[in-house]
Design a binder for this molecule. Sequence first.
Ligand code: F0G
Length: 458
Amino acid sequence: MELPFAESWKIKMVEPIRKSTREEREQWIKEANYNVFQLKADQVYIDGLTDSGTGAMSDRQWAALMMGDESYAGARSFYELKDTITRITGFEYLIPTHQGRAAENVLFSALVTEGAIVPGNSHFDTTKGHIESRKAVALDCTVDEAKNTQLEVPFKGNVDPKKLEKALAEHADKIPFIIVTITNNTAGGQPVSMQNLREVRALADKYNKRVLFDSARFAENAYFIKTREEGYADKTIKEICREMFALADAMTMSAKKDGLVNMGGFIATRWEDWYEAAKKFCIPFEGYLTYGGMNGRDMAALAVGLDENTEFDNLHTRIHQVQYLASLLDEYGIPYQRPVGGHAIFVDASKVLTQIPKEEFPAQTLTIELYKEAGIRGCEIGYILADRDPITRENRFGGNDFVRICVARRVYTDNHMKVIAAALKNVYDRRNEITRGVEIVWEAPLMRHFTVKLRPLK
Ligand code: F0G
């Protein structure tokens, strides 16, 4: 008999979690202004808000913490991290930052000016925020397939080369660089193929532009290349990573995802001029160049995390769990962005709460219902998160309206996945009784989803 799949680790430490009653949750979500970011974590049973900084470190990472060098300048932990990053990516220059958005802030301060256009594949909200706050434009060139959630294509995160070429041909002088997000979070944690990365490189070379990878989930992207793209089955994840990064000029990294740490980020590049330009902003915003925004011990844990997460078994364990959750949703007929991506399920709220108009935010409504049902916290990646158009100030209703339920790395078991799926099924089964959505009572001018205050409509 073939042996079944099992995790590539065993558990050394546990953290108790607590269930609550529906009455408690109804009160708590009301006090949170119907915004799950405003809940206390203790009011949550299973937390799928994000896979960012929520993973469990290994015993080796915890051991590395003890070896961290906290020297202000020239820390050994910095050099160890730099060597690891150079080995995995080929990039020689490193600037550590306190998280991914800080890497964006430092690098974009040097590269993005008013009137610039930055084409890419579904820029993440902080990336878009850092571009738009500089009065520049984040131009989405994702393949159209990404919008059709029921279409099964292997690399739905890809850049559409035609859209990119059009942007380059029309605005070459305004484009400081091209950004490719691997995996494409906003489109559903969808991977980008090596072939597509090659096409982007060729276009960049044709127009003499550089390519930046937003690399938060680069290892998961490499896993999908290995398991889905022809010619990569026999390559190791580390070999695939080297090949991916050889097609880029630089990376910004949120180490809170594929770095397997709870906080941290960095910029890495092969170009001395970008490094020199970014350096000027690292010191005032983040800190001295050999720690940026990180402790020595955090750099030490990150170096180990990057190595662990570029091993197949670790990635396979993780993606297998996400795919298991997806298989349960398939059983219950719940529509989500297909095929499931690397870090989360993106439930297609527009196909669940069909009677709720866009103006009443279906995905946010479904997020609230799921929390009330079982204390499960997902988050809206939809019309609230899309913010308003910076010029017209109209709500942006052009994209998908998802409820994202993230799977933290090495944290929950498959039994927790069963609970998430059953809770979703219960809400799904009574979807026709949910006829009204929510309205905004207060919102911030940028990145409103974190602090928005909502009211249920009756
Ligand atoms: N880029 C991508 C693709 C991301 O998903 C994130 C964060 C960032 C950049 C910013 O990194 O949080 O370290 O500052 N995504 C988290 C999420 C917050 O929940 O998807 P950060």
